[in-house]
Design a protein around this ligand. Sequence first.
Ligand code: ADP
Ligand code: MG
Length: 380
Amino acid sequence: MAEQGLRQAGKALFHEAFGAAPALAASAPGRVNLLGEHTDYNGGPVLPIALDRRTVVHAGRASGFRFASRFEPGAVERRIDEGPRGHWSDYVIGVVRELVAAGCAIPGVELAVASSVPAGAGLSSSAALTVSCAAALARLAGHRLSPVELVDVAWRAEADYVGVRCGRMDQTAAVFGRPGKALEFETGTGQRRLVPFTGSVHLLDSGLRHVLVAGEYEHRRVECEEALRRCRRAMPELASLADVPAGALPRLGRFLPRTLARRVRHVVTETARVREGVDALQRGRRARFGELLFAGHRSLKRDFESSCDEADAIVALARKAGATGARLTGAGWGGVVIILAPERSAEAIVRQIQAGFARQYGRVPQAWRSRASGGARIEG
Ligand code: ADP
Ligand code: MG
């Protein structure tokens, strides 16, 4: 939905749910990670772009806490002293609680959410929600948050209150993303750098949802922690797996069971791919950047074993159809595949992939076209 339409829909929803006009609105984008998968919790770099799909929240002062989303009819009433309920409003109440903890008094609020970010597809609808809520509610309370504080409030709402074990990539992309730029974010140091990324990306939905395999993701994190402990026997000063020099991999093999050695190899080679990818983008070498995506997918499939048949099929079809790069993005075992293709032939390539996928799986995967866009903002 075009941005203006989304704002209108949000405003209409606010009116419908609360019978009044909102005081203000803020929005934040979803994101897609171009390169750097499973590096975030291993101290390595990630390279997301903010998408041109956004979540808009309209808000107004009230005596209690009532939230509406186009997810479901009506409004939900919450109290800020209650625990999470496993409901989408947890994300919002998490933000309210974090803002209060940061000294921002919020006696009550009515809030309506409209979004064009597909939820649960790995495009970070959750950070788009928490970041836009944090921006709107802080402004409503007359509180000034720096961009880094905005990231922090949104991240803690999700990590501490909702209880999702996630790094700060999603919130950082939703705040610091810029049009025509990818954001290199060093999760170990918090450093950020914008690199040129113009043109379109195409996103193909594998149709599988990562919630179903949340246990696998958790298992990989535990494996990485165990691998780090073992690597430290040889390199006691090692801060994180991403710091393992590529040349040390054969030597570390002695300390690692085969499976863990492959997990480490993924983290180390993926870290190198992000660094090389940033260099390729800065030099305008899009073809090289695309190859790094294909290589990244192979590594996810073989070494990290976090892909799935559907994603592998999309990547194989993409290569055959003439895409310059493709890989599964997000937590894994489903979600979205990014496709990079020459602008002129991209639409035809995507159609060809969809047709090939439909022959194998009997359904046409949903596709979205997007481009690097701007981060969180107060809507005029
Ligand atoms: P992702 O962030 O990849 O989309 P998550 O599982 O982290 O997937 O977050 C999805 C959850 O975020 C949804 O189940 C819902 O609770 C919440 N959410 C996201 N967007 C909205 C929205 N527009 N309205 C209400 N809740 C939303
Ligand atoms: Mg999320």
